[in-house]
Design a protein around this ligand. Structure first.
Ligand code: MSP
Length: 631
């Protein structure tokens, strides 16, 4: 039996962050579980290295795109080592076998008519080299990135006939309702496709960093067409037929919810066109916020994955990521919550249990696993077997949090069992047979817990099992009751999970965040002359003015910019009356994003001095022409 699992391939214009770690840990958990269950697993991860974004980011750093990629790949690989990620292959989209695969498929689809040459028409910003749709533009003519004026451009482009696959996709979703998980996401995809699919542009001529279209090299292949095919080139398509045949189709693509459309619509359509089987499942997980806030660049430091592992240990972090938030939903990463899980679930419930077990075995049984008898009770055994079954079901549904919840039910039951059976009392009363039975039940439960936590916490699983005298990595035959061999020596190890100071951690992080948030206002950021060039301030003339009803300060001004008439809502009504303003020349910020104020669309802003108490409009010379620019 085989199992093929993938992560998205990560863009190399970014350093690895907690979002990347999340997807990759989830894929590792399922890969390890399936391997332990006897599957022949292939686990693929890697990096997405082409495209305009990478080209731009490399240029800013004074590197070639490949140099940038080579650097960032090292960061990813180091981090995955630190997280004990057991991938089988790390693919880079600049690898030659991948480039060949993409070109071959592109050409095949072109020859069979699924790709055709057309014209891509849109609003283009030359400095940013970006196409925008009309709705993205500011004032219907300015680039949303740099605010310069865009132009209507037609560019030759290859298109993929996505529209042709609309019905086939809908049929596929109907026949495979579990293709996308969670279910709500499947429904979103279905309604999106039902609204109708347009053909998509899959080549560009405006930049160079990409795989060239083989028969027309002035075009480079669109980065998503390139990237998605990593899932087949990474397992040997075009160079290792046996491997490819064995592992394709993928059993599970794990991705974030933001890239679901690419995986649930484009990807199956590309595959149908190319004549491949379709993947069995795409699971879209949610997004993390950090300490209750959206993950900004500066907040990322607070949850930088290397730092988390150094502070708390790799398995505690892996556990937290998989336990804290139901897989598929959004969640919040907070140090306080992590510390709480470490002290509660890990140190108290699990660590203490192991410690008590081993200590009692040493004390009452001469350090040896005792021999149970037929008279032993089956309470823990029955629960443990049910848990093993449930965990299997939850793992196959990617409900990692539920699997862990269930394992912890077993752990808590074992803790309770000790208190109820009180082995120390049995020892005192010299009830040897019952004592042996109770301790055996507990030790065997511990062994099964060690096996079940293995995919989530491989290092801690090994430490736990070692204390029970087991050095073998969990395998298929270990997921059952009664394997612990009487007579085997147990060993006391170091505490499985040292406790952390929750209060201190919470305070330190709070302080760090407050400082991060203060920074921009305290250190006034400098802007470049190019930044200033984006600001369009001109002389304008007020032609009409009236008060905005039910406000003290707001005036609705009609102004002449020299080329058109515009409406501006200005907060200068406390000092200036409408009559005073009519005919007055003012400084006007012309390319500010329009905004609705009190139901009026305000286009731009009137500039005035503000000392916190009063507003002062600057006086301009009589003869200054309307439309003159301030530079
Ligand atoms: N290169 C594409 C994927 C191509 S796959 C054929 C890409 N790369 S990415 O580096 O931008 O993102 C990779 C993954 O990180 C995505 O699955 C995304 O959802 C995930 N995350 C990025 N930020 C995240 C959070 N704040 N929280 C959780 N995951 C997030 O997209």
């Amino acid at each position: 039996m085989k199992f093929y699992v993938t992560t998205p391939i990560y863009y190399v214009n970014d350093v690895p962050h907690i979002g990347h770690a999340y997807t990759t840990v989830a894929a590792d958990v399922i890969a390890r579980y399936k391997r332990a269950k006897g599957y022949d697993v292939f686990f693929l991860t890697g990096t997405d290295e082409h495209g305009q974004k990478i080209e731009k980011s490399a240029k800013e750093k004074g590197l070639s795109p490949k140099e940038l990629a080579d650097k960032v790949v090292v960061n990813f690989k180091k981090l995955w080592e630190k997280f004990n990620i057991s991938y089988d292959h790390f693919i880079r989209t600049t690898d030659d076998y991948h480039e060949r695969c993409v070109q071959e498929i592109f050409e095949k689809l072109y020859k069979q008519g699924d790709i055709y040459l057309g014209e891509y028409e849109g609003w283009y910003c030359t400095p940013c080299e970006s196409f925008w749709s009309k709705s993205q533009l500011i004032d219907e003519k300015f680039c949303p990135d740099c605010r310069r004026e865009v132009e209507r451009v037609k560019e030759e482009s290859y298109f993929f006939r996505l529209s042709k696959y609309q019905d086939a996709l809908l049929k596929f979703y109907e026949e495979n309702p579990d293709f996308v998980k969670p279910k709500t996401r499947m429904n979103e995809i279905i309604s999106f496709v039902k609204q109708g699919l347009n053909d998509i542009s899959i080549s560009r001529t405006t930049f160079r960093w990409g795989i060239p279209v083989p028969f027309d090299p002035k075009h480079v292949i669109y980065v998503w067409f390139d990237a998605l095919f990593n899932y087949i080139s990474g397992i040997g398509y075009g160079y290792d037929h046996e491997k490819f045949k064995k592992f394709w189709p993928a059993d599970l693509h794990i991705i974030g919810k933001d890239i679901l459309r690419f995986h649930a619509i484009y990807w199956p359509a590309f595959l149908m066109a190319a004549g491949f089987e379709l993947p069995k499942r795409v699971f879209a997980h949610g997004w993390w916020t950090v300490e209750g806030r959206k993950m900004s660049k500066s907040l990322r430091n607070v949850v930088e994955p290397n730092r988390l592992v150094d502070t708390y240990g790799v398995d505690a972090v892996r556990y937290f990521l998989m336990r804290e938030v139901p897989f598929g939903l959004d969640g919040d990463f907070s140090h306080k919550a992590l510390a709480h899980r470490i002290n509660g679930d890990l140190a108290n419930d699990l660590g203490n249990l192991l410690f008590r077990m081993v200590t009692m075995t040493i004390k009452y049984c001469g350090s040896k696993v005792p021999q149970p008898t037929d008279k032993r009770d089956k309470e823990l055994e029955e629960l443990a077997l049910r848990v093993v079954e449930d965990v299997d079901r939850f793992m196959n549904e990617q409900a990692f949090h539920k699997a862990l919840e269930r394992i912890w039910e077993l752990i808590r039951a074992a803790n309770k069992y000790i208190d109820v059976k009180a082995p120390w009392a049995l020892a005192k009363e010299n009830k040897k047979e019952e004592l042996n039975n109770v301790l055996y039940n507990l030790l065997e439960t511990m062994r099964l817990v060690g096996v079940l936590i293995y995919p989530f916490m491989p290092e801690k699983s090994a430490e736990l099992l070692e204390q029970l005298g087991i050095t073998k990595q969990p395998a298929k035959e270990d997921f059952t009751w009664g394997l612990l061999e009487p007579g085997v020596e147990v060993k006391k190890g170091k505490p499985l999970f040292p406790k952390v100071d929750e209060k201190k951690i919470a305070e330190e992080i709070e302080k760090e965040i407050t400082e991060t948030e203060k920074e921009p206002s305290e250190k006034e950021p400098l802007i470049s002359i190019d930044d200033f060039a984006k600001v369009k301030i001109i002389v304008a003339k007020v032609v009409d003015a009236e008060r905005v009803p039910k406000t003290d300060k707001l005036l609705k001004l009609t102004i002449d910019t020299g080329s058109e008439t515009r409406t501006v809502v200005a907060g200068i009504g406390a000092q200036y009356s409408p009559d005073e303003l009519k005919g007055k020349k003012v400084l006007y910020l012309a390319n500010l994003e329009p905004k609705k104020l009190r139901g009026i669309m305000s286009q731009g802003m009137i500039l005035a001095a503000d000392d916190g108490k009063k507003i002062y409009l600057p006086t301009l010379p009589e003869d200054v022409p309307v439309g003159a620019r301030i530079r």
